[in-house]
Design a protein around this ligand. Structure first.
Ligand code: CA
Length: 241
């Protein structure tokens, strides 16, 4: 491949990110850092403008501040996720400390992840890259049915079997489902409600609180791997990426 061809294909692959933020200095900072990292970046300073821009040209990702004048970020997220033509656009929420309830609401609406202000450019870039990478892998039930292996931990959905360094671990059916769900999507934060929804068995109803109980049980049984199930305070749980 010649240099100019390589350059062209690189440009064609440039991901397009729409940043929505009403605070101009923060907007400029995010724009600067994402552009420097090689993304194509557009900006909106209100929710209404963001929706107009998304409809005019679908971005790969929306970096969405939740605190906006007029239509707030959650409303923008809800609108994007309920329209079939915009539902697949990835959303990275930007929140202030103490807005865990909004994070939970946003995740349950389909937002992909969040960063909390103040954040470093490095953290922002890492989150952006992770969300875009997941989008490429496909959002539809990744890893269901596939064997999941992380270091010495092996999860075999077909056999309902978990091995640690080759030794079987006795899990209840629900514990197994929770582990498989989280470990199949490392790095994703899930709310308790999302976990309940994903693992609800036919035998009995799993409640929000019961998720915590399952996690406690899992961590005990997984030994050193127990800490790979991380608590995201006020939000939910995540399997180490
Ligand atoms: Ca704001």
């Amino acid at each position: 491949m010649t240099g100019s061809k390589a350059l062209k294909s690189e440009q064609a692959e440039k991901k397009h990110i729409l940043v929505v933020e009403d605070e101009e200095d923060i907007l400029a900072l995010i724009h600067f850092n994402l552009s420097r990292a090689g993304y194509r970046v557009s900006c909106a300073t209100s929710g209404e403008e963001a929706l107009r821009l998304v409809r005019a040209h679908l971005p790969d990702l929306v970096v969405l501040d939740l605190m906006l004048p007029g239509m707030d970020g959650l409303e923008v997220c809800r609108t994007l996720k309920k329209q079939p033509d915009t539902a697949r656009v990835a959303v990275l929420m930007v929140t202030a400390r103490g807005e865990e309830a909004d994070v939970v609401a946003g995740l349950e609406m389909g937002a992909d992840d969040y960063v909390t202000k103040p954040f470093s450019p490095k953290i922002l870039l890492a989150r952006v890259q992770a969300v875009l990478r997941r989008g490429e892998k496909g959002l539809e039930s990744p890893a269901d049915g596939k064997v999941i292996q992380r270091d010495g931990l092996l999860i075999h959905p077909g056999r309902n079997e978990v091995l640690i360094d080759g030794q079987p671990v006795e899990l209840t059916f629900t514990e197994f489902q929770v582990l498989r769900f989280l470990a199949g999507r490392p790095g994703w934060v899930f709310t308790r409600y999302q976990i309940v929804n994903a693992v609800r068995g036919d035998d009995y109803a799993v409640t929000d609180r019961a998720v915590d109980v399952q996690i406690v049980g899992l961590r005990k049984k997984l030994g050193a791997y127990g800490s790979w199930i991380e608590t995201v305070r006020g939000v939910g749980y995540r399997f180490k990426d």
